[in-house]
Design a protein around this ligand. Sequence first.
Ligand code: GSH
Length: 212
Amino acid sequence: MSDTVLYDYWRSSASYRVRIALNLAGSDYRAIPVDLVKREHRSDDHMSRNPQGFVPVLDIDGLRLTQSLAILDYLDQTRSLGLLPKEPGERALQQALAHSIAVDVHPVCNLSVAVAAEQFAGGRDGARKEWMQRFIRPGLLAFETMLESFDQAPFCCGDTPGLADICLMPQVYNARRWEVDISDMPRLLSVETACSTVPAFAAAYPETCKPD
Ligand SMILES: N[C@@H](CCC(=O)N[C@@H](CS)C(=O)NCC(=O)O)C(=O)O
């Protein structure tokens, strides 16, 4: 089988999701850092890997994959991770949880979007942080309310980590990074505690994956 290579950035939420899933799959992957701060994602090399100029990019099984949700689905299908239930209704409900973060909150907090917002604010001190807080807190509050429909036992939707947990944990990391108050979100905090004890999640944690 060909070498599995993840082009990632330690602080990238979308890369963090894929690192968790690769760890859950027990994959012995090699990480190649693409430094977003140094704009390496806009280099010719990286643009040839992903015309969108985003991380992550995953080389696996002779394929080059982009888009973290598509990658998670591929790993789930090929490595039987059990990230979503088979029953269509349950599946759609759990996907909605995950998508509320990955499809709605994450894109507006992307680096290029936040930088543009800061520029529109005339480069004012604190503008980027305010932008992040403006979107992360309501997004996570909605997630907290959506969690009421599921049993956190102890993960978002039951006793094994699923797609919702994989999308939630990177967003919680970002919430802490940008000093978003999440102290009034007990369900989410209990899921965070549960996930942090799972080795696949702990090994994917940004500070653990930061290059020297
Ligand atoms: N929908 C894509 C989004 C990927 C994405 O936004 N990656 C971010 C890091 S989390 C990125 O590369 N940002 C670079 C930029 O904004 O220029 C996915 O889920 O893979």
